[in-house]
Every structure is written in structure tokens, then in C-alpha cells.
Write a protein that binds this ligand. Structure first.
Ligand SMILES: *[C@@H]1O[C@H](CO)[C@@H](O)[C@H](O)[C@H]1NC(C)=O
Ligand SMILES: *[C@@H]1O[C@H](CO)[C@@H](O)[C@H](O)[C@H]1NC(C)=O
Ligand SMILES: *[C@@H]1O[C@H](CO)[C@@H](O)[C@H](O)[C@H]1NC(C)=O
Ligand SMILES: *[C@@H]1O[C@H](CO)[C@@H](O)[C@H](O)[C@H]1NC(C)=O
Ligand SMILES: *[C@@H]1O[C@H](CO)[C@@H](O)[C@H](O)[C@H]1NC(C)=O
Ligand SMILES: *[C@@H]1O[C@H](CO)[C@@H](O)[C@H](O)[C@H]1NC(C)=O
Ligand SMILES: *[C@@H]1O[C@H](CO)[C@@H](O)[C@H](O)[C@H]1NC(C)=O
Length: 370
């Protein structure tokens, strides 16, 4: 009897052991030696079941998976690298990756994410270091969900985030605030129009920021302040439609002073106006300098107030003339009256003077005195 039991046990082991090590889901290639599983371009509609537990590198790419959730990746404690690139994924549920407690790198590039739940990127161990969301968003609207998931997914350990080629038009304020350890941020090939106050707040550790191939016409003061708050970050800023009118001046001055940080400073060129197109921004900056130097604004205000004063005085003068015109008859009369009065006074005076100065009369008076 004990012998039979041992034999059953051995048989069971023989059956289970090879079955476990050789098991590989249909449509996938499994390599135990490389601890790698690849399920590439097999029209899979969901994450296949039965992925071996030894897997460290898991590639499920080029399939037709539309949603992923917590049940998709159970029992895969050792997966460190997961690529789900190019799958038409539109929905990521909260805690989808929670059970992947060794996950360090997650690639969701080239998908159509429209619905991203708040804790979509939560990984129990907070080990996640790299997140690739290049060409991953269905449209710009998904950025709101994305910002919420960055807030609630516990991504304090993230070092690299790729958000390139997503058609992003603007970035919600503080979107990266909870990614305090981020070192590299790719935002290239979007449609970002302007950098606002608090766009990059919380990114004090950033070492590299790529904003090339966007729709930036200039950086205004608040945008420059944001870049100033990333003291350690190398910046990529080329291939934006920089518009070299007076508004570019603060940016041009900043650029000249920040050549060390802006790795492509020499290659930034004006796109508008046409006569300056392809002119280096550093050179154009010197040409448009003086558009509105500090102090010019004050002078302008002063000039404006002088002009205003002139207009007011002119108006008062006109009113005065108008009143004179309306009263012209009365005034004429009064002038005549005054003239007559003057004449009378004058004549009276003259008469008296003539009497006073009559020598005979004075003689008479003197002789009378004597
Ligand atoms: C997972 O990795 C650990 C250590 O790296 C190893 O001991 C364990 O056997 C692995 N798990 C499987 C199922 O291979
Ligand atoms: C993200 O994925 C895209 C496309 O798969 C790739 O070109 C890019 O290099 C990846 N980004 C990073 C930072 O590895
Ligand atoms: C993005 O797609 C969603 C879902 O189709 C749609 O409701 C929304 O209007 C789109 N947003 C933009 C900016 O196109
Ligand atoms: C920019 O993004 C679009 C899609 O948003 C893509 O088709 C194009 O290839 C990207 N260009 C570069 C240079 O990455
Ligand atoms: C940016 O926002 C902060 C906090 O909301 C505020 O204190 C600061 O004045 C703002 N700066 C600009 C330039 O708007
Ligand atoms: C801009 O200048 C570069 C070289 O300085 C040249 O290769 C390029 O063709 C020019 N582009 C346009 C649109 O003139
Ligand atoms: C550019 O910076 C240099 C020093 O780095 C300075 O001498 C020069 O005046 C600056 N030019 C402009 C236009 O600010």
C-alpha cells in the first residue's frame, strides 16, 4: 500500500512538473530560460490565461484587447517588464496592475485609452519606474482621467513618463504634482499651446523635459517661471511655431541666458512672421529687442496723460468760445456801454486836467494864496 502511494505521488509529480514548466498559452511563445513570454500579433481579445509564473518579461503586443482589469494579471509576481503596446486598449480599470508586485516598467503605448480609472496604475509595491503612454490616449479629453489617476495611483517612485504624440492641447495645473521623483518627461509631438502657472509644479527632481514638436508660439512670463522651477532639467524646445514679434522678447532674453539648459537653443528658429522665418531665435531676439524696454511703458502712460490733458483743455476752450458766441449781442452791448463809460470818465478827467493845468488858473490860485 505505501509503495502504491509513493508511485502515485511520483506519477503525479511527473505529470504536474513538466506540464507546469512547458505550459504556454495558445498564441504565445514562452522561454523559461529567458523568463520571457511573447504573445505578439495573434488577434487576442483578452490577456491570455495560464501565463507561467516564472515570467519576468511579458509582451502582449499588436492584439485586439479592448479592456484590462484586476483579473488580467493574477499570480504574476515576478513580472518586471510588461508591454501592452499596440492593442486598441480603451479602458484600464483600477488596480489592474496591483498584483504585479515586481513591476518596474509598463508600456501602454499605441492604444486608445478613453477611460482610465483613478487607481489604474497602482502597483502594490510602488516599484513602477517607467510608464510609456506614447500615442496611448484616444483623444485630448482623456487627459483629465489621466491627471486623476496620477493623483491616486501612488506613483511617487516613477522615474520616466512618456506622454509623447497624444494630441494634448493643454496640461491641467498640477497634473504631475504627485510624481515627485520623475526624472524624464516626454511631451514631444503634442499640440501644447502654452505653459501656464503650476503646469510643472512638483517636478523639482526633473532631469529632462522634451517639449519639441508642439504648438508653442512663445513662452510668457508664467511659462518661463515654470521652467525656472525645474533647475536641474535639460530642455528640448525645438520645432515649435515660434512667433518673433515683440511678445517673444522675454523668452528670447531668457533663452540667451539659459543656453546651457536648453540643449537645442541654437536650433530654435522663428516660424512667423514670414520675413523672419528660419531666423535663429537668439538672433531675432536681439533684433526685436527694444519693442518695449522697461520704462517705455511709463513714458507711454505719461504721453497718454498729456494728450488727454490737451484734449480736455481744448474742449474747455471750445465751450468758452461757444458761450461767448451765444452771448455776442449782450457782450457787444456791454462793450459799447463800457466804451461810453470810459469815454465819459476820460472826458471828465481830461476836462479836469485841462482846468488844473491852465496856467492862468494856477496863477490865480497862487496869487490868492499869497
Ligand atoms: C520569482 O523570483 C524569485 C526570486 O527572484 C524566485 O525565488 C522565485 O522562484 C520566482 N518565482 C517563480 C514562480 O519562478
Ligand atoms: C515608448 O514607446 C514608443 C513606441 O512604442 C517608443 O518609440 C518610445 O521610445 C518609448 N519611450 C520610452 C521612453 O522608452
Ligand atoms: C474624445 O472622445 C470622447 C469619446 O468618444 C468624446 O466624447 C469626446 O468629445 C472627445 N473629445 C475630443 C476633444 O474630441
Ligand atoms: C506625431 O504624432 C502623430 C499622432 O499623434 C503620429 O502620427 C506621428 O508619427 C508623430 N510624429 C513623430 C515625429 O513622432
Ligand atoms: C501662480 O499660482 C500661485 C499659487 O496659486 C500664486 O501664488 C502665484 O501668484 C501665481 N503666479 C502667477 C504668475 O500667476
Ligand atoms: C532653414 O535653414 C536650414 C539651415 O539653416 C535649411 O536647411 C532649411 O532648409 C531652411 N528651411 C526653410 C524653410 O527655409
Ligand atoms: C546674451 O548673453 C550674453 C552673455 O551670455 C550677453 O553678453 C548678451 O548681451 C546677451 N544678449 C542679449 C540680447 O541679451
Amino acid at each position: 500500500m505505501p509503495e502504491f502511494g509513493v508511485r502515485v505521488l511520483v506519477l503525479a509529480l511527473l505529470c504536474v512538473q513538466p506540464a507546469r514548466s512547458s505550459s504556454c498559452p495558445p498564441g504565445c511563445e514562452c522561454s523559461e530560460a529567458a523568463q520571457t513570454v511573447k504573445c505578439v500579433s495573434k488577434e487576442l481579445r483578452s490577456v491570455p490565461a495560464g501565463i507561467p509564473a516564472y515570467t519576468r518579461n511579458l509582451f502582449i503586443t499588436g492584439n485586439r484587447i479592448s479592456r484590462i482589469g484586476p483579473e488580467s494579471f493574477r499570480g504574476l509576481d515576478n513580472v518586471t517588464t510588461l508591454s501592452l503596446s499596440n492593442n486598441r486598449i480603451s479602458e484600464v480599470e483600477s488596480h489592474t496592475f496591483s498584483s504585479l508586485r515586481s513591476l518596474r516598467s509598463l508600456d501602454l503605448s499605441s492604444n486608445q485609452l478613453a477611460l482610465i480609472h483613478p487607481e489604474a496604475f497602482t502597483v502594490q509595491s510602488r516599484m513602477l519606474k517607467e510608464l510609456n503612454l506614447s500615442r496611448a490616449l484616444y483623444n485630448h479629453s482623456a487627459v483629465t482621467d489621466l491627471a486623476t489617476s496620477f493623483r491616486w495611483s501612488g506613483l511617487e517612485g516613477l522615474h520616466g513618463l512618456d506622454l509623447s504624440s497624444n494630441g494634448l492641447v493643454y496640461l491641467p495645473p498640477q497634473i504631475f504634482f504627485h510624481l515627485g521623483n520623475l526624472r524624464r518627461l516626454q511631451l514631444a509631438n503634442n499640440s501644447i499651446v502654452s505653459i501656464y502657472n503650476e503646469t510643472f509644479s512638483g517636478l523639482g527632481q526633473l532631469e529632462e523635459l522634451d517639449l519639441s514638436l508642439n504648438a508653442l508660439k512663445t513662452f510668457r512670463e508664467e511659462g518661463l517661471m515654470e521652467l525656472e522651477h525645474l533647475p536641474g532639467a535639460k530642455l528640448h524646445l525645438r520645432q515649435n511655431p515660434y512667433t518673433c514679434t515683440c511678445g517673444i522678447e522675454p523668452f528670447a532674453i531668457w533663452l540667451n541666458a539659459s543656453r546651457e539648459r536648453v540643449v537645442d537653443a541654437e536650433r530654435l528658429v522663428c516660424v512667423y512672421p514670414v520675413e523672419l522665418s528660419n531666423t535663429s531665435l537668439l538672433i531675432a531676439g536681439e533684433m526685436v529687442l527694444g519693442c518695449h524696454r522697461a520704462g517705455d511703458g511709463d513714458n507711454l502712460a505719461l504721453q497718454t496723460s498729456y494728450v488727454f490733458l490737451g484734449i480736455v483743455l481744448g474742449f474747455v476752450g471750445l465751450m468758452f468760445l461757444f458761450v461767448l458766441y451765444l452771448n455776442r449781442k449782450g457782450i457787444k452791448k456791454r462793450i459799447y456801454d463800457m466804451r461810453d463809460a470810459c469815454r465819459e470818465v476820460w472826458e471828465g478827467y481830461h476836462y479836469r486836467y485841462e482846468i488844473d493845468s491852465d496856467p492862468r488858473l494856477s496863477q490865480v490860485s497862487t496869487s490868492a494864496d499869497v
